[in-house]
Design a protein around this ligand. Structure first.
Ligand code: GLA
Length: 403
């Protein structure tokens, strides 16, 4: 059964009827530009074929009920006007509902806040915020750094935007997803994942300026160049609601304050000498990663446009080294995946996503998929790591209504 069918079936089990529609949104990988999004910088992600489906339908009361295949099919139900008592989740605390449910319920909460009511229970367009049932099924691996969370947010936001007739555009829906993640789930992430999931297009990466949210599609031409992109999911689970991610973000904010700028986007590679004199070693290395990574995104976009995908390998490798040595967000499994892929002939490889686990990507010859996969699997076994999950991806479509 496909995830689309699973969402429909789950909906019918919950409600005894067919859904009004099914909406979906994809996970993403980031080609390059890591931790630059919350520094107002540049990123170059693309949506992947793996999607999360939300089968949804209106109900006559003002309640919202969500159910998902992640959670033993246990529904969570609240009154819509109770959402404001659940969220925002205080910093450092667990959400008041099961964490998976904080994503869709957080989206409903943020969507209501983004569309101020014109009276009791009505939106700007005069539509009532009616009750809704949502059943979620996903094929995006969870905890793999492939934005399973943005996929839930994108599918839910798209469903509610249509059912509630709120007529928000894709960028507004991406912001709503991020708000749910930041304030309902409590993960201090940037906007990259939600924008990639909303705006994805087949064969293209999204060159996003995270300050202006100006997005331009860049053709990656992977297939034309005879290449493939391999995902190497280390199966080391990570969470961005806790620990390292937040600390890195704080170090970046400290670095920007020391440099007297609103965000590290405003520091250039030429400023790094001055930065080094002004800050402690750890803060400086965090800053150096962001500043050089922003430049690598710009260089990757130019290189893709002028010379094609085959020419970006060194930029990917430099990005990984910077995350491993300066930003210190890699783990031995990610380094092993990258090193083994390169040793087996990959053109470039790097960890992707927030780090501390999750997946790495490798840009490889299309006929090298088996050899590189075998080499990575063998090195994992030799290092005593659990077997990685390895598969290829191509850039895919963003959020949409499926039925
Ligand atoms: C996670 C976050 C993103 C981004 C990446 C790192 O995926 O959700 O906002 O910060 O990490 O680039």
């Amino acid at each position: 059964m496909t995830a689309l069918q699973q969402s429909a079936e789950l909906f019918e089990q919950l409600t005894g009827r067919a859904p009004d529609g099914i909406w979906s949104a994809p996970g993403r990988v980031n080609l390059i530009g890591e931790h630059t999004d919350y520094n107002d910088g540049f990123v170059l992600p693309f949506a992947i074929p793996h999607r999360t489906y939300a089968a949804a339908g209106m109900r006559d009361d003002g309640r919202i009920r969500v159910v998902s295949t992640f959670a033993g099919d246990q529904p969570v139900e609240v009154a819509l006007d109770e959402l404001a008592t659940l969220f925002p989740t205080p910093t450092g605390e667990e959400p008041a509902v099961a964490e998976w449910a904080a994503y869709p319920l957080g989206v409903a909460w943020a969507l209501q806040l983004a569309t101020p009511s014109t009276g009791s229970g009505t939106t700007r367009s005069g539509t009532q915020f009616k009750g809704v049932d949502i059943a979620i099924a996903s094929e995006v691996p969870v905890g793999a750094g492939l934005s399973s969370s943005a996929a839930i947010e994108g599918a839910t936001a798209s469903a509610l935007n249509d059912l509630w007739d709120t007529a928000l555009d894709r960028t507004a829906l991406a912001r709503i997803g991020r708000r749910a993640e930041n304030e309902a789930v409590g993960a201090p992430t940037g906007i990259m994942d939600q924008m990639a999931s909303m705006l994805g297009e087949p064969d293209a990466a999204i060159f996003l300026d995270c300050r202006t949210l100006d997005a331009n599609l860049v053709q990656v031409g992977i297939a034309e160049a005879g290449l493939a992109i391999l995902i190497m999911d280390t199966r080391v689970q990570h969470s961005h609601a806790t620990g390292g991610y937040r600390e890195r973000r704080e170090a970046c904010e400290r670095g920007a304050a020391i440099m007297g700028v609103p965000a590290l986007r405003d520091v250039s590679v030429a400023d790094l000498g001055r930065a080094e004199k002004l800050m402690d070693d750890v803060t400086f290395r965090r800053v150096r990663h962001i500043v050089t990574e922003n430049q690598r995104v710009l260089d990757t976009v130019t290189t893709l446009r002028e010379r094609g995908a085959r020419a970006i390998g060194d930029l990917l490798v430099a990005s990984h080294a910077s995350m491993r040595d300066d930003f210190e967000i890699s783990v031995p499994e990610l380094d092993t995946a990258v090193d083994a892929a390169l040793a087996a002939g990959a053109i470039g490889a790097r960890m992707t996503g927030g780090g501390f686990g999750g997946a790495a990507i490798a840009l490889i010859e299309r006929d090298g998929v088996q050899a590189v996969s075998d080499a990575v699997t063998a090195d994992f076994a030799a290092s005593g790591f659990a077997a990685p999950h390895i598969f290829t991806v191509t850039p895919a479509a963003g959020a949409r209504r499926d039925t």
